[in-house]
Design a protein around this ligand. Structure first.
Ligand SMILES: Cc1cc2nc3c(=O)[nH]c(=O)nc-3n(C[C@H](O)[C@H](O)[C@H](O)COP(=O)(O)OP(=O)(O)OC[C@H]3O[C@@H](n4cnc5c(N)ncnc54)[C@H](O)[C@@H]3O)c2cc1C
Ligand SMILES: [Zn+2]
Length: 506
């Protein structure tokens, strides 16, 4: 240390030595501490990488190719499915050399890596340690996404800083939004879900597992109705894809029918009906003869039935498999969320009821889950304005018979009289198989609380301090499932519009 200090002082004082001879430059004391400050590439505007866009150059490492072969996945197709854009699989000389060294067992992987369609980047450095090569390359040239299953490599790559987004809630809205943000940030930004209830729990104040849940449009012309129509349409599109591609998700396309005895004014305006229903496959208004008396109005279409607990667990699984983090925690205030991970700048508040929002209120719903199978969802409105419905729960989860809508009713206990009314109405109106003989095999009564809000959902960004933003998305009432993907899209727009989302910077 003493020697080092002396040398430095000398160099500082002697101003005449402006250009020391080359030999002097190399004479660096061996134990001198040097700070390596990596220079930010010019395309990095704060945390966003403006150089990264489709077609994506995807640097593939050795174990990723062999994994693709083992799981029989086509490299290019699966990349494009994941990133929704054109991709160019890219291999470095080092990766190829590593595969060659691995011998006969990896000959298939080597053949796949040498496919002439892929891009090859040449290496001029010494040594062939492929991981170092990849890390070095992506640090210098921020135009790559890395495809790897290697935990160590992932850990090294993640060290390149990212600002986490905290997503409050593991309800259907929090989970969907977290997945959407994760998809969009291409893992560059860590999403953390913080919630007191997760899909394996059954608190009465956690609405999602108690939902029907089916897709039934709600016609109207208020600003809330118009916004919800857009959100519902986006969700419908997404649910169709999930139903077709993910049999384990608990989402199924089923026939949907509505019969109304006393249709409210919104149902009698043809424009309203077109706006709310026209996007649905197989939509058709029923003729008067087709409506069973005394109902006067009816429609049929392809609806969606969701096994709500199964679907929420599936969403959570997708999130975790894609690298998402979760934490069970009860917050006293939304601000607490900024302290639950390092460097949190954005919190998404999908807490259902918000935090002491005076506009929030609950709508109690009592339903009955029965074993009797039913193949369609039918909704019926009665003269007194009450609604009855049956919703099959996909994957053999029985059928939901509903249901009440009781604003601000906090009774947590199921009412036996309500159960009786629900079941006797169901026996009269719903298409259960004749074997049921009007009898129901009850699994359980359900009481849930729909997180509603006067004027509809709150979806907006709130600045809560220097560089800190809360994006609110709560108060979906009785429509959380059918609005979920639309709401997630709206949150994403707000997050992107405020420059809060970090795209992959590799
Ligand atoms: C009987 C019934 C039938 C329904 N039928 C349908 C239907 O057919 N179709 C449909 O689309 N919808 C239906 N719904 C409505 C649907 O269930 C809700 O709209 C939806 O579940 C709301 O989701 P959410 O994510 O906003 O809230 P929730 O599911 O309530 O999730 C809130 C999350 O926030 C967390 N949280 C809240 N406060 C805190 C805190 N202080 N600290 C930490 N975490 C916190 C909770 O732990 C939870 O994870 C029905 C509801 C009921 C009750
Ligand atoms: Zn190399």
């Amino acid at each position: 240390m003493g020697v080092q200090k002396k040398t430095r002082k000398f160099a500082q004082r002697d101003e005449r030595v402006k250009n020391p001879p080359a030999s002097a430059k190399q004479e660096k004391p061996k134990d001198e501490l040097t700070t390596q400050a990596p220079q930010a590439p010019s395309n990095m505007f704060f945390t966003a990488n403006t150089a990264l866009g489709p077609p994506y150059h995807v640097l593939v490492d050795t174990n990723f190719v062999s994994h693709a072969i083992r799981t029989k996945q086509d490299l290019l197709t699966s990349m494009m499915d994941l990133l929704y854009a054109k991709c160019i699989p890219t291999f470095t000389d080092c990766t190829i050399a590593e595969l060659e060294k691995l011998g006969d067992k990896f000959r298939l992987a080597l053949r796949m890596a040498k496919d002439p369609r892929w891009e090859r980047v040449r290496c001029s450095h010494s040594g062939t340690y492929a991981d170092d090569c990849i890390v070095d390359r992506i640090t210098k040239h921020r135009i790559y996404i890395v495809a790897t299953n290697d935990k160590d490599l992932v850990r090294r790559i993640r060290k390149i800083p990212g600002v986490p987004l905290t997503n409050l809630s593991a309800g259907v809205l929090g989970l969907t939004t977290a997945l959407r943000l994760q998809q969009e940030s291409q893992r560059a930004q860590q999403v953390l879900i913080v919630a007191k209830d997760f899909p394996n729990t059954t608190s009465i104040n956690y609405a999602s597992p108690w939902a029907g849940a089916h897709y039934r449009p709600v016609p109207g012309s208020t600003p809330q109705a118009v916004r919800e129509e857009k959100q519902a349409q986006q969700t419908y599109k997404h649910f169709k894809t999930v139903a077709a591609q993910e049999p384990g998700a608990g989402v199924q396309i089923v026939d949907g029918v509505e019969h109304l005895e006393n249709p409210p004014a919104e149902y009698l305006d043809p424009q309203n009906i077109r706006n709310a229903y026209a996007h649905l496959d197989g939509f058709r208004q029923l003729t008067a003869e087709e409506c069973p008396a005394p109902t006067k109005w009816g429609v049929c279409y392809k609806s969606v039935a969701v096994n709500s607990p199964v679907y929420c667990a599936w969403l959570l699984r997708q999130f975790i498999l894609k690298g998402g983090q979760v934490r069970e925690y009860t917050l006293g205030d939304v601000m607490e969320a900024f302290y639950l991970a390092e460097n949190v700048k954005t919190v998404i508040n999908c807490s259902g009821m918000g935090f002491k929002d005076p506009k929030s209120f609950i709508i109690r719903g009592q339903t009955c889950l029965v074993r009797n199978p039913c193949t369609m969802t039918l909704t019926r409105q009665n003269t007194d304005g009450s609604w009855s419905f049956c919703i099959p729960r996909p994957l053999g989860g029985g059928t939901i018979i509903g249901g009440t809508k009781q604003p601000r009713d906090w009774d947590p206990n199921p009412s036996p009289q309500t159960r009786e009314t629900l079941l006797s109405n169901a026996a009269k109106w719903f298409p259960f198989t004749p074997e049921s003989g009007g009898k129901f095999d009850v699994i359980r009564d359900i009481v849930g609380r729909r997180p509603a809000r006067e004027g509809g959902m709150r979806i907006e960004a709130e600045k809560v301090g220097e560089g800190r933003v809360v994006v609110h998305a709560y108060g979906a009432g009785g429509r959380g499932f059918e609005l979920s993907w639309g709401v997630a899209g709206d949150v994403l727009d707000i997050v992107q519009g405020n420059g809060l989302l970090q795209k992959a910077s590799l």
